[in-house]
Design a protein around this ligand. Structure first.
Ligand code: SAM
Length: 268
């Protein structure tokens, strides 16, 4: 494991590249996934489901390249097929693929990525490799997010990190999957939020040791499920009040490299 200050410096450089790439990821979230990809104490591939124009792809590819950590696979049909996807037509496009490739080249990470222009469920049919970092940012419907976790969970290596985007927000499906399939499940150990990202570490041998911490996180998150369901046309009135009440009770601030390393027990 490299020095944590060195990892922080690499993340700073990565952020400059992510910042220059269009897409859907805040600075806090981008820094979090770069830290998670850097610190996951496991060997294997880094799999991204849902790339759009490459904002998250650039961050993951940059840090894992600088640290010599496993190949990056990015799967996306680049047609925004899910009801939860960004609307491509608004920008007069039919595909995000051309912008994706241009952005990866501008960031200098194109050669680092194995691009799969496909649906995650098509890739899953041929997938055989161990996964050290799984980033789920594709179809945010309940069925889509659940399938993405279920299809690739068998390939997670002990210690791998799973991070799901748009969990702590108004996407009911992704939130419900995170609460029911991750926070309620002893296959997973430490867990938390950063921005709208829900994350956890795959710890099938001792995940039960973290059960109570996951249960505490699940209390406010579970309360947000019906709020998110009613928010499909925007947050308003009493529902907005409930959102503003429960969301802060699920801690979702920035997570420093040192803090994450401690949570993952990669440092004392
Ligand atoms: C929210 S965007 C991803 C944003 C991107 N990660 C970023 O950092 O800007 C969601 C993407 O998921 C893709 N998608 C939707 N369903 C998918 C599926 N079943 N498998 C793979 N990608 C999917 C869409 O084409 C879209 O580009």
């Amino acid at each position: 494991m490299r020095d944590l200050d060195q990892i922080s410096a690499i993340i700073d450089q990565g952020w400059r590249r992510v910042w220059a790439t269009s897409g859907y990821l805040s600075e806090r979230e981008a820094r979090f996934i770069m830290a998670a990809a850097a610190l996951a104490p496991a060997s294997g591939k880094n799999l991204e489901i849902g790339s759009f124009k490459g904002r998250s792809t650039v961050g993951i590819a940059f840090v894992t390249r600088e640290l010599g950590l496993g190949p990056v696979v990015a799967v996306d049909p680049h047609t925004s097929p899910a009801s939860t996807d960004p609307d491509l037509r608004r920008s007069g496009q039919t595909t995000s693929y051309d912008d994706f490739v241009t952005n990866l080249k501008s960031a200098g990470v194109f050669d680092r990525i194995e691009i799969k222009r496909a649906f995650s469920y098509d890739l899953a049919r041929e997938w055989k490799d161990p996964i050290r970092f799984l980033w789920i940012d594709g179809d945010h419907t309940y069925e889509g997010a659940k399938a993405d976790l279920e299809m690739f969970k068998p390939f997670l290596v002990d210690g791998a990190i799973v991070a799901m985007h748009d969990v702590l927000g108004t996407f009911e499906g992704a939130l419900r999957v995170f609460v029911e399939e991750v926070l309620d499940c002893d296959d997973f150990g430490p867990a938390g939020f950063s921005g709208s990202i829900g994350w956890t570490q795959y710890r099938p041998r001792d995940g039960s040791r973290f059960r109570w911490r996951r249960r505490l996180l699940a209390i406010p998150s579970r309360k947000l499920i019906p709020v998110a369901r009613r928010a499909d046309k925007g947050l308003a009135g009493w529902n907005k009040f409930l959102y503003k009440f429960w969301r802060p009770l699920a801690p979702h601030g920035s997570v420093s490299v040192r803090r994450l390393a401690k949570l993952l027990r990669t440092v004392d």
